[in-house]
Ligand binder design. Structure first.
Ligand code: AMP
Length: 547
């Protein structure tokens, strides 16, 4: 299959913002795709050559890509880098380089989907010394054969920055459309196998319901709904129910067959190597084959460590053992979905917990989540207080009779945690976006006020913002630009926004001494001017109260 065919589709997708139209375009392409390429074509549409959990990482950053293109075209890296800045997009700069190439290449075949896939599949395998050279050589072959448009999208595939607006929802709808199956059945199947190729084939063969859990293929975890108080919690999950500490760490899904163990995060990244001691503990102290779930928390002595400390461990590639000793973690297990060849998805939570208890021998790395079963609000409130006093985020409440529903927020488990107040902050700087967002200011520097009324930075925000809002923000803020350096602009503090966040942290990164975890824009506070924003004192008060 010619790559040109997908490139045409990418272009059309980029031109239309309409979801239905995008779905139609994708569906038509899939219909014309030979069976053995469907899986690859879907991944390329998503801009993610391999499902993330497969451990196949292309591992080529912008600079390596530019180097390869420079080699092939004879255009200096510095020139291509200038073009990246001008265009605000690596793909376009690479396309320009290919059009202006100084080296005439010998006749080469038109690029095919198969060739791109096979090349990238080889590239992911290169490791260690000389791996960069080898990657460059393989990339060169692709770029020699690419024309301008192909080079643009090839770059985006390699860098995994597609931005045609095709997400999993559109892929799902397209599959539903061409094979006439309900979207819900496709979702349910996908949550179990996390592989669009497998799902598309099963949809075509009309046996989606035959797909099931396989060890070492991560499933999408069950999600929690939120309630404001215990009473609401009880009415959602029923009485009596299980109450558990809500540990503030990150979720792990651990797969074990015999002596082999793999650990995935909630976002399906394989982090087995980053947590050698957990792997060892599971190997030693969990009986039989299973898929179990829990929350991993960093612990120092009696105290929990803030989440960002262990998040450093998730990304860690080197000195893992040393880091593991310095930042010890404990896995608090709370669920099991598979045991010795059998799925437990339809087993009640109460039974699953019992099974979990029966196969786990607790040790210092591996414990069961603290749980009580109650129908009493008094007991529940005491447990909630105890959980918070011990430094947990709150509690989870779980329906005892419920099955495990992968990937869904169906109210079988709910979370209860103190509501954080939002902050009103002023935008004092911003950065121009990339790609689809190149014409918008896309990341915003936020500030609160210090005692003297100076604006001091407290974090950056780029989420919680709709396209309409980006446009609106850009229109307003363009008028307030004081200076610009590269993509960064300094703004006159005028626009006040209401910001929600998960947590306030101490941080040397910003002048205020604080940073916001997961900040998101709630709305523009047109009713407020920069003088009315929140003070550093209030930030401090919330921080202390939360501690
Ligand atoms: P949230 O991330 O705020 O939606 O809250 C749900 C998350 O809480 C889950 O995805 C887990 O990572 C985490 N969690 C902590 N303790 C528990 C527990 N005992 N049961 C279930 N989830 C838990």
């Amino acid at each position: 299959m010619k790559f040109k065919k997908i490139v045409d589709v990418y272009e059309r997708l980029e031109k239309t913002p309409a979801r239905l139209e995008k779905t139609d375009i994708v569906a038509r392409l899939l219909e014309e795709t030979p069976d053995d390429l469907i899986s690859i074509v879907i991944q390329l549409l998503l801009g993610e050559t391999f499902p993330k959990w497969m451990d196949k990482k292309i591992g080529i950053g912008t600079q390596l890509l530019i180097k390869s293109v420079a080699n092939v075209t004879g255009i200096k890296e510095s020139v291509i880098n200038d073009w990246v800045r001008e265009e605000g997009d690596v793909g376009k700069a690479v396309g320009k380089a290919v059009t202006n190439k100084k080296q005439v290449s010998f006749f080469s075949e038109e690029l095919s989907v198969e060739e791109i896939y096979n090349t990238l599949n080889r590239i992911v395998e290169f490791e260690g010394t000389r791996s960069q050279e080898k990657k460059l050589a393989y990339l060169a072959k692709l770029f020699v054969a690419a024309n301008e448009k192909e080079a643009v999208y090839l770059s985006r595939i390699i860098l995994e920055k597609m931005r045609t607006g095709v997400g999993e929802g559109i892929i799902r709808d397209a599959i539903a459309k061409i094979y006439s199956v309900p979207s819900k059945s496709i979702d349910d199947a996908y949550f179990l196998v996390n592989n669009w190729g497998v799902v598309a084939k099963a949809a075509k063969d009309k046996n989606l319901e035959k797909l099931g859990i396989e060890p070492f293929t991560p499933i999408k975890v069950m999600l929690a709904q939120k309630v404001r108080n215990l009473e609401e919690g009880f009415s959602t999950v029923g009485k009596p129910c299980a109450l558990e500490y809500k540990y503030d760490g990150f979720r792990m899904q651990v797969h074990k067959v015999g002596n082999k163990v793999k650990i995935f995060t909630r976002r399906l990244d394989n982090v087995t190597e980053q947590f050698p001691f957990i792997m060892e503990a599971v190997r030693k102290n969990v009986e039989g084959d299973c898929i179990i779930e829990g929350e991993t928390v960093g612990i120092k002595g009696e105290k929990y460590l803030p989440f960002q400390q262990i998040s450093r461990r998730i990304k860690r590639k080197y000195n893992i053992e040393e880091m593991a000793k310095r930042i010890p973690v404990v896995l608090h297990l709370f669920d099991i979905v598979y045991k010795n060849g059998k799925t437990l998805l339809n087993t009640s939570f109460e039974k699953r917990r019992k099974i979990l208890e029966s196969i786990v021998k607790e040790d210092e790395k591996l414990v069961l989540a603290k749980q009580i079963i109650t129908d009493s609000e008094e007991e529940g409130n005491a447990f909630y207080k105890e959980a918070l006093d011990k430094g947990n985020e709150g509690i989870m409440m779980k329906n005892l009779n419920a099955p495990y529903q992968p990937g869904s927020r169906v109210g079988y488990m709910i979370k209860l945690k103190p509501v954080l107040e939002t902050l009103d902050l002023v935008i004092i700087g911003a950065e121009w976006g990339e790609g689809r967002r190149a014409h918008w200011l896309a990341t915003f520097l936020l500030a609160c006020k210090d005692e003297e009324g100076n604006f001091v930075p407290i974090g950056k925000v780029g989420t919680g913002i709709t396209d309409e809002m980006f446009q609106n923000f850009t229109d307003i803020l363009k008028e307030s630009i004081i200076s610009q350096k590269g993509k960064e602009v300094v703004l006159k503090p005028e626009l006040v926004v209401e910001i929600a966040y998960e947590e306030i942290q101490r941080s040397p990164k910003y002048e205020s001494g604080f940073a916001l975890r997961f900040p998101r824009v709630i709305r523009i506070r047109e009713d407020k001017g920069p003088d009315d924003i929140d003070t550093i004192e209030r930030v401090y008060d919330i921080y202390e109260a939360r501690k």
